[in-house]
Design a protein around this ligand. Structure first.
Ligand SMILES: [Zn+2]
Ligand SMILES: [Zn+2]
Length: 432
């Protein structure tokens, strides 16, 4: 039997602009043929053609090691030309399969053309001995030892992070300048590394986790997404992205969107429901409630300057935290369009996703790490003052009940946080 998708992949590869047109579409190949996808990616990598690293997302997991080897070969063969490969393809492979990229990452450490490598490269705990040897080597440059410190925190291994913190405190010059007392700067650097690893460094030098290992993707159905005119939902490749888990059958169905029967203390209108978890699935940062109806007020988070908090009773029903304020608001934003969303337990490959890629993959995530871990910001609980844990994130491009998309404000993604002791939630918008 002829493989039509393999044929299509070859037609894409052999396309000659002067003769044929238009270029054959890749979408069917990516969705249906791992073999064809691999062919196309290797062709693009070797020929350095517009380097669409996100094609890696559609490759079979089993092919990532081969692609990592090719990326390394190309980087070493021509460092200047393949700088973007280093930051693109290798980055993607490492993020989705640390073991596939493992053999090459240490070889690239500290190389000038690898300096744009991100921390995510170092999430494989197998790198711990290598990074420790650099951190403790007085012959290494300060910047290399600082990188080793930062990368060690990406192991998310608590004994390793404690040891790295202790070593860093003996090396104050790592924080930047070599003069004077940089102990405060080291403490700041350590706290920053902790936050990027989803941890808080407490006064007693213990670490407190602000994230969960377990992640669920909110896998909305195509007809739901297409109720709005957002152009991404016309894009076949986006809708076929593996993070929508179209064929996954082992799912939890959860009510999403609409309003609740309690009112917002600011605008006195019904609170907007995000997601009802009944029961709260295991492995999340919520342990003090068996059931939870997470809420927000889409109006007040935009049109007031207040940080809004919501408190949940024993049954998981929310009310606004604090006194009624009766703020007069000219505008009113709609709740999310009600639906039943599929919650899919996220496989290891998609446990980490990049910052702000809401236009090419599904970043509706419950639990795990916020995709914003570049600039972590975890708010303090309004009641107890403790740093709140990350619970949920939603991008701006979901349908609202009036048929619009959520284009208000200047936020790309909303991040929801939870205090398990007080059963309080709050929201932090991106770039706000
Ligand atoms: Zn309100
Ligand atoms: Zn609290």
């Amino acid at each position: 039997m002829t493989d039509i998708w393999l044929e299509q992949a070859n037609a894409y590869i052999n396309y000659v602009p002067e003769v044929d047109k238009p270029r054959p579409s890749l979408d069917g190949v990516l969705a249906n043929s791992p073999e064809g996808t691999l062919l196309v990616i290797k062709h693009l990598m070797r020929n350095h053609l517009d380097s669409p690293a996100e094609l890696i997302d559609y490759a079979a997991e089993a092919d990532l090691a081969e692609l990592a080897a090719l990326a390394y070969e190309l980087i070493i063969g021509d460092p200047m030309r393949y700088n973007s490969l280093a930051s693109g393809f290798m980055h993607k492979i490492q993020q989705q399969s640390p073991s596939a990229a493992y053999p090459y990452v240490e070889l690239l450490f500290g190389k000038s053309y690898a300096s744009i490598y991100d921390h995510v490269f170092w999430r494989d705990p197998a790198h711990i001995p290598f990074l420790k040897s650099i951190l403790t080597d007085p012959n290494r440059a300060d910047f290399e030892r600082r990188l080793a410190l930062e990368y060690l925190f990406q192991s998310h291994d608590i004994p390793t992070m404690k040891e790295a913190t202790a070593i860093a405190r003996t090396l104050p010059a790592l924080a930047g300048g070599a003069q004077g007392d940089n102990a405060d700067a080291i403490e700041q650097l350590v706290r920053y590394c902790c936050m990027r690893a989803g941890l808080e460094l407490l006064a007693n030098d213990e670490f407190r986790r602000l994230t969960s290992d377990t992640v669920y993707h909110l896998a909305f159905e195509v007809p739901y997404l297409r109720t709005i005119s957002y152009s991404g939902y016309k894009n076949t490749r986006y809708l076929n992205h593996p993070t929508w888990f179209r064929n996954e059958v082992d799912v939890i169905h959860a009510p999403f969107g609409g309003v609740t029967n309690t009112t917002c203390a600011c605008c006195s209108r019904p609170l907007h429901r995000l997601l009802t978890l009944d029961p709260v699935p295991p492995g999340l940062v919520v342990t003090s409630r068996r059931r939870l109806e997470l809420v927000t007020c889409n109006t007040c988070v935009i049109w007031t300057n207040e940080q809004l908090y919501f408190v949940y009773d024993e049954q998981g029903h929310a009310t606004s935290y604090g006194d009624k304020r009766f703020i007069e608001l000219e505008y009113q934003n709609k709740p999310y369009l009600p639906t039943s969303v599929r919650l899919v337990k996220t496989p290891e490959r998609w446990r980490y996703q990049d910052y702000s890629h809401e236009t090419r993959e599904n970043i509706c995530r419950l639990g795990g790490f916020p995709t914003r871990d570049q600039n972590p910001e975890y708010p303090a609980c309004i009641q107890c003052g403790k740093t709140m844990s990350f619970l949920l994130q939603l991008p701006y491009n979901l349908p609202l009940s009036n048929g619009d998309d959520n284009m208000w404000g200047d936020s790309n993604t909303d991040y929801y946080f939870w205090c398990d002791d007080c059963a309080i939630s709050t929201m932090v918008g991106e770039s706000r």
